[in-house]
Design a protein around this ligand. Structure first.
Ligand code: HEM
Length: 455
């Protein structure tokens, strides 16, 4: 059947029900630890911005453009972000500010040029094929946690593409340590909210601390090995050789480690979640799943997916875009207003904590037709044409936009296409979907699915 002949379904998948009014203080405080997105009041989804004391939720694209681009100097990353990320990621690309950020961004940029990333497609497809191979061995009807499966695929991809296979890394152990870290020290905890000294947050999460020490030592060993080996042309070499054109500065071992941990951390869990949510959405929308399969058959036939196919899998890409609209891997970004200024014509005082509620922005009543409906067709050329660039921010925006954006999109499309062609995954209807925010947005309790194999 041709793509356009397949009936369209447009389901409304589960999401957060926002409170009609802001929550009382202690309830809000508890929600900040339990699941911050459930604390955002309805107004955040309906008004251009919502202000309470020194907190501003910005959901107006013009305001967001000022915060992230036109007046970004007045809106640096905030102290809470530093508290949570710097113990693990030091002064690397994600965490550094000002000139120290700028030269690192210039140094890493060539590794993410579209032609370089396109050349990595075979490694991405190979990781998806390997997962399919494992699934075939498990057999028809096997129960899988798709969230874990996707993390295994994207972790393999990041090691293969950025770190030349990450030789010497005990992959299962490293993956466990990353999970340990993310589940404990990776998010905001009570010590952060009450602004206790930073050592207290570490003391409250010994498992997370041990994981962080393990991961740092693992990357240190890799850096030491690579300093004594001939170059291989991967990201590790690129960063080792990078030199600030103005100061002549190079990355020392500590900064190299900060950056490699940043790429490992920022570069796989986010993409795994985009894939997890996309596979969930396809499982509840058989019409869309059918259209994706029809597109893959038309574009690639029986050939292994390659970059030439990925470029032409337009509808599959729209499914990924729509999955990241409804369930953005990072549902919240934040900034601190450093000087009295304005954003979107609204005055903002120095010291204001600025929330960029990506999850609510992507479901905003003023910005989207049928905001809660899964409808990949909204990403077709006509409907996309009039959309404000800052209405959709899964990768952030402005100069600090995600450096891995192209990488993640190619990976998500290539992996999704490979998996959808080899298997159908049925969501377990008894498993309630609750998106919870732990910095990233994960399905609570994972994503259990039943495997149906295809020939
Ligand atoms: C679906 C997948 C991904 C999502 C949703 C995502 C999302 C984001 C967002 C929202 C930011 C901006 C944070 C801010 O401004 O506060 C960001 C920055 C960043 N991302 Fe991603 N990301 C993804 C994949 C990747 C990949 C694959 C890599 C690397 C291999 C990566 C590396 C980074 C780095 C290094 C930064 C900091 C950039 C800078 O400040 O200059 N990300 N990402």
């Amino acid at each position: 059947m041709a793509l356009d002949d397949i009936p369209r379904t447009r389901p409304t998948p589960p999401g957060v029900t926002p409170p009609a009014q802001p929550l009382p203080y202690f309830h809000a405080l508890w929600k900040l630890i339990d699941n911050p997105i459930e604390a955002w009041p309805k107004a955040v989804y309906e008004e251009p911005f919502f202000e309470r004391g020194r907190f501003l939720y910005a959901a107006d694209p013009a305001m967001l453009k000022d915060i992230l681009l036109d007046r970004m100097g007045a809106f640096p990353k905030d102290w809470m972000f530093d508290r949570v990320t710097k113990p693990a990621l030091g002064e690397g690309l994600l965490t550094a500010q000002g000139e120290h950020w700028r030269w690192q961004r210039r140094a890493a940029a060539p590794g993410f040029r579209p032609d370089n990333v396109a050349a990595m497609t075979p490694a991405m497809v190979a990781a998806a094929e390997a997962a399919l191979g494992r699934w075939r061995e498990m057999g028809e009807g096997a129960r899988l946690d798709i969230a874990t499966e996707m993390t295994a695929i994207t972790f393999e991809v990041i090691l293969d593409t950025m770190l030349s296979g990450g030789e010497g890394i005990d992959v299962p152990q490293a993956a466990r340590k990353i999970t340990d870290y993310l589940e404990t020290l990776g998010g905001i905890n009570v010590a952060d909210l009450l602004q206790w000294p930073t050592w207290t947050r570490v003391a409250m999460a010994p498992r997370g601390h041990r994981a962080m020490v393990y991961l740092k030592a693992m990357v240190d060993r890799m850096v030491a090995r690579r300093r004594n080996q001939p170059p291989r042309g991967d990201l590790v070499d690129l960063l080792m050789q990078a030199q600030d054109p103005e100061t002549g500065q190079r990355m020392d071992d500590a900064l190299l480690r900060d950056n490699l941990l940043t790429f490992i951390g920022a570069g796989h869990e986010t993409t795994a979640l985009a894939l997890t949510w996309a596979l969930y959405l396809l499982s509840v929308d058989p019409g869309t799943a059918e259209r994706v399969r029809a597109e893959i058959a038309a574009v690639a036939g029986d050939e292994t997916i390659g970059n030439g196919h990925v470029e032409r899998l337009a509808f599959t890409r729209q499914v990924v875009q729509e999955a990241m609209r409804l369930y953005p891997s990072l549902p919240l970004m934040s900034r601190m207003c450093a000087e009295d200024t304005e954003a979107g014509g609204h005055p903002v005082k120095a010291g204001t904590f600025v929330f960029i509620p990506i999850y609510a922005l992507h479901r905003h009543r003023r910005l989207w037709r049928d905001p809660d409906v899964f409808d990949p067709d909204r990403w077709g050329p006509e409907e996309s044409a009039g959309r404000h660039r800052f209405a959709y921010l899964p990768f952030g925006g402005g100069p600090r936009v995600c450096i891995g954006q192209t990488f993640a999109m190619i990976e998500a499309v290539a992996v999704l296409a490979t998996l959808v062609r080899g298997a159908r995954l049925d969501h377990d209807p008894g498993h309630r979907i609750r998106p919870v925010m732990r910095v990233s947005m994960r399905p609570q309790g994972g994503m259990p699915m039943t495997l149906r194999l295809r020939e």
